[in-house]
Structures are given as C-alpha cells and as structure tokens.
Design a binder for this molecule. Structure first.
Ligand SMILES: [Zn+2]
Length: 442
C-alpha cells in the first residue's frame, strides 16, 4: 500500500473504525489460495446462517417450518436447502428481517424502486464499511483511493457537516460532476472544461449518461492530452457498442461493475477484463434455473445473492431479479476471486412469443455486438399487442439497408411471424435519468 492510500484510510478510520484493517484483509483475500478462499467463504456462510436462525425471526420461522436446522447444513452443497428469498417476502415482512437487539438507530434504510410494483425497503448496518469493495476496485485499476474523479451520476453532492468530514477524509481530492439527469450540450461543455483542468484518474458514471457524453466528444472531435486509468460503469448493462464508444472517447478502458442497491457491490472487472471478479469473501453468488436448482458454470440463470457481511438485516439467498452466469475461466491477473459474466438483463427483460419461444434479455442486449461500427444505440420495445419496435440510432444513415437486412436475418427467423416487428431509425434514444434501458415492455 502506498503512503497516500495509507493516510487516506487512517483518516477514514477516524469516522469508521476498522477501515484500514478491513481493506488490508480484503486485499489479502483476493489473492488467497483457492481452497483457502473457499474455506473462508464457507466459514462465513455457516456463521451467518447460525446467526440468522438464532436472531432473525424470518429465518427461524422458515427453518422451523421446513424442519431444517443450521446444523444440517454441514457442507456447501446443502446451502441450497435454504429457500430462495423473494423481493415480496421482504416487502411484506420487513420487521421480521431485523436482528434481535438491533434498533432503527443502528440501521440505515435503503429503498429501491424497481421497474414494477411496490418499492423494496431494506436495512443496512450503519457500522458496516460498504466502501471496501470500491477500494479494492481502485487497487485493480491502479487508481489512488483519493484520486481526482469525474462523476456522471444522479443527484446533488452532500452538504453541511458531512461534506466537511468528506473533504477532510478525501483531501486533496477533486471531484467534478455532470448530473446524469441533465445532460445538455451546455452542461457537457462546462464538464469538459473542468475535466481538462482537473485531469481525473477515474471516471465513474451511468452507462446511458456516459454514452451520451461519449457521443458528444466523438461527434465534435474533441481530444484530450491525458487519459484516466479507468472508466467505471455502473447501474445498467453495457453493450459492446457502448463500451467501444466510451472507451474511444476517453482513450481509456471501460471497467464494468455489477451490484444492486440491496447489496451494493457484487462484482467488477479488473483491468484484464476477463469477466467480473465476484467479491466472494463478502457476497455469495449462486445461479439457479426457473425451478430454483443450481445450474453449472457458464450457463445463464437467475442470480441469487447472500450478503456475508450483513448481520443486522441478513439477506440469505435473495433473488434480486437479474440474470447472469458464473464463468469457469480464470483471470490472467492472478486474483483468485471467481468470475461472472456481465449482467445483461433482468428476468423481466425476456421477450415471450406466442409460440412460447423466449428471446432472452441476454441475447437481445448483444444483438448488435458485431455491428458496433454502424449502430450507436438501440432499444427494443415490446408493445401490449406483443409486437416489437426496434429503435436504432445509426452512426450514418447510409447503413439503414444493411441493418434492416441484418435484423431480418437475425430476428426474422426467430420471430417467425409470431408477432409483427418494426424498425425505427431515430436520432435520439432517451434515457431515464442516465439509465438507458435496452428492453422495455409496455
Ligand atoms: Zn482479473
């Protein structure tokens, strides 16, 4: 660890005790011998399950109902006996998830909207240091912990005492911001002006917003005489089309990070980009089929998450609605943290045709991967009558015939006259507060 990172963590530890040690441990864990890492994960899993049974009424009741006891879960293979936890179960039983002895004073509450239905509220222990995994990523990308940053995100920065505390911890860091919900050419020009002055080592932002910014930079032929170490993309699946474009605009690698509001960080790409390393010493990732059975590595399925570090409001085998797969590959970077593929869609992104053929979200989001020179953006909308509208933004209008023919070949056969589809060549595809959705169902 270099001296500036050390000083940063020391200062941070004044606000949250144990930050320095927790970071050191995480850095050791990520290169731990594979069997030792598995052993560590298993020990943490058993400890969490025993805690949940003894202290959290939801799990006590569920286990008792099934005649299951933490002592029965003697091997990692038996962990799957614990029922999958659904979103609506937390919504309807919120209080039952809070551990004995924990009061609302110890908890921070997080609400996630979700694309459909009621919002979900969960509790997070105030003591837990949720930044550890973020610092790990900085280590992977060779970015100092308090490096200058460009943030293309939503909302406004904090004010008052919190701002003061943060500026003390982060000093002399400079953060420049572009509000992802207000991407106008005026704001972009202002942002670029600051970007040149501050020369950030890291750009962090929503995929949709970064995409719009990259368009502006490339269309106006704007060049920079420096480059950041990494572009950290978050909050939405990224297509190869977007990744290439963003990377070209800033002359830096785009590193994808996956997480959800309920668990924060789940996995992220290192600079070798062979897949997303799962922070497996803090979050357990399982992939299951529609019956809830584990699928083997490399196959897609529903993502099931267990937060190994949250004891105040435990989430064990939680289905967050995303689809993904664990990769069998090893990364060339030497870290032993297992790999998962980019998360390309949600369970609800699958498009069902009347003849029960399913066009999966992960297929649809990669449909233009071999046409990145022509297609700048796209969106697939399924209307109420099940017909599809495919919006495509081209880099040049000369390519309309080529893309029409490609889609006819690629999709026409799969759709097989089950539903109608239209292609709209458009100038702009609007994002929802910087989050661009590939698949929308009306
Ligand atoms: Zn790696």
């Amino acid at each position: 660890m270099n001296i500036t990172d050390y000083i940063f963590l020391k200062r941070y530890s004044l606000a949250k005790n144990g930050a320095l040690d927790a970071y050191k441990t995480a850095i050791l864990n990520q290169r731990m011998d594979e069997s030792a890492l598995n052993e560590l994960v298993w020990e943490k899993t058993k400890k969490l399950v025993s805690h949940a049974y003894a202290n959290v009424s939801w799990y006590k009741d569920k286990f008792d109902e099934l005649g299951l006891h933490p002592f029965d879960i003697t091997k990692p293979e038996y962990f799957g006996q614990i029922p999958i936890l659904k979103r609506h179960e937390i919504i309807n039983n919120f209080d039952k998830f809070i551990s004995k002895g924990v009061t609302s004073k110890n908890l921070k509450f997080i609400t996630t909207g979700g694309s459909s239905g009621k919002p979900l509220k969960i509790g997070v222990s105030k003591r837990r240091i949720r930044e550890i995994q973020k610092w790990q990523m900085f280590d992977w990308w060779n970015v100092p912990l308090n490096a200058n940053m460009a943030s293309i995100y939503r909302g406004v920065p904090v004010n008052g005492l919190k701002k003061l505390a943060l500026s003390f911890i982060n000093w002399p860091q400079k953060i420049i911001r572009l509000d992802a919900a207000k991407i106008t050419s005026h704001n972009i020009r202002q942002f670029i002006h600051q970007y040149r002055k501050v020369r950030p080592k890291l750009i962090h932002g929503y995929v949709g917003a970064l995409d719009a910014l990259a368009d502006y930079i490339l269309e106006n032929n704007i060049k920079f005489d420096f480059k950041p170490n990494s572009i950290w993309c978050t909050a939405a699946p990224i297509s190869v089309v977007q990744e290439n474009k963003i990377s070209k605009a800033f002359n830096a690698p785009v590193c994808d990070q996956y997480g959800c509001s309920e668990l924060y960080f789940v996995s992220a790409e290192c600079s070798h980009k062979r897949g997303l390393h799962i922070f497996s010493d803090s979050v357990k990732v399982e992939i299951v089929d529609y019956r809830g059975q584990a699928v083997r590595n490399d196959l897609y399925g529903n993502i099931i998450l267990t937060n190994l570090d949250e004891y105040a409001f435990p989430l064990i085998r939680y289905e967050n609605g995303d689809r993904g797969r664990i990769l069998d590959d090893k990364c060339s970077c030497g870290m032993t943290l297992p790999l998962m593929d980019k998360v390309k869609g949600r369970i609800s992104d699958n498009i069902n045709l009347p003849n029960s053929v399913v066009l999966s979200g992960e297929y649809l989001t990669t449909i233009f991967d071999n046409h990145t020179d022509y297609v700048k953006q796209f969106q697939i909308i399924q209307k109420k009558d099940l017909s599809l509208k495919i919006k495509v933004k081209l880099s040049n209008s000369n390519y309309t015939d080529l893309i029409k023919k490609f889609l006819e070949r690629e999709l026409g056969e799969k759709i097989n006259n089950q539903v109608g589809y239209t292609i709209d060549f458009v100038d702009e595809i609007f994002s929802d507060k910087g989050k661009l959705r590939f698949i929308i169902k009306e």
